[in-house]
Design a protein around this ligand. Structure first.
Ligand SMILES: [Zn+2]
Length: 274
């Protein structure tokens, strides 16, 4: 499969194919390069909640706003809780969670909008960023899917909400972004029990046992999300999955690899006003 993410800067990957279709669309993912944060957060950390210096996080956000030509005053952010709650946002929400944690949307792991001039942002360090786009309806969305959000079906939930608004799954494109790969991600029976409720035996299973370790499995959150999106009605050919792993590649922060003490990247999507 062709890689959907193209590096345009040391700090930024974009979903090139979508930007080619819709030149006013800004969608992508950051690396950890090119910011001001120090220590475990070196250097482009966007997380307010990880014990980094708040001024540095704000400065990093201003820097990204400049790189994307999408001012930080037009961003929205969330206090993410690995749930499946998704909210529709609009211009009235601009700036919430952009430069502090307190004004962020509480207990939200997904955003969507039909409006221009607002950048939807969510933070990541191994969890899966899902990006949704319906060119026909001018609608965009994004969701944060770690293992909990994934098995809760946050991808399914997004498609369900769009269907309720009359958007056909065949008109929705989805990109699965940089996140921890199967080889780097070992889980236990507790997680796999929940995974099994989504999968049947017709396709390649998203998990495999770790040799010689009873109760341990390699889990592909990317493949599991593909299963879930297809169950929601998204055609296989509308789903593109990245090859980038946040744990394999040192250009990203990784919660697992860095043993919990690390920064956060941002996944973003928005329509520019011009
Ligand atoms: Zn990996």
């Amino acid at each position: 499969m062709k890689e959907p993410f193209v590096s345009v800067h040391d700090s930024v990957y974009v979903i090139k194919e979508w930007q080619d279709i819709a030149p006013n669309l800004v969608a992508g993912f950051t690396t950890k390069e090119g910011g001001l944060s120090l220590g475990a957060f070196k250097s482009l950390n966007f997380g307010f909640h990880v014990d980094d210096c708040a001024e540095d996080v704000c400065e990093n956000r201003q820097l990204l706003g400049g790189m994307l030509d999408f001012p930080v005053s037009n961003w929205v952010g969330a206090v993410q809780t690995h749930g499946d709650r998704i909210v529709a946002v609009g211009k009235k929400d601009k700036g919430k969670g952009a430069l502090d944690y307190e004004t962020s949307f509480k207990a939200i792991d997904g955003f969507f909008t039909d409006e221009k001039g607002i950048l939807l942002t969510l933070c990541y360090a191994d969890c899966v960023p899902l990006y949704f786009f319906s060119n026909k309806s001018n609608r965009i969305g994004t969701a944060h899917a770690g293992w909990k959000g994934t098995v809760l079906g946050i991808g399914f939930e997004m498609v369900k909400k769009w269907k309720e608004d009359g958007i056909r799954p065949a008109d929705i494109e989805v990109v699965i972004g940089p996140s921890i790969c199967k080889n780097c991600y070992i889980v236990d029976d507790y997680v796999i029990e929940k995974v099994r409720s989504w999968v049947d035996s017709e396709r390649e299973l998203p998990y495999a046992p770790v040799n010689g370790q009873k109760g341990s499995y390699y889990l592909s959150l990317q493949l599991l999300n593909e299963w879930i999106l297809m169950k929601a009605g998204i055609p296989r050919e509308n789903i593109k999955t990245t090859h980038y792993c946040t744990s394999c590649s040192s250009e990203f922060f990784s919660h697992r690899r860095d043993l919990g003490k690390t920064g956060r990247m941002i996944g973003f999507i928005g329509w520019k006003e011009k």
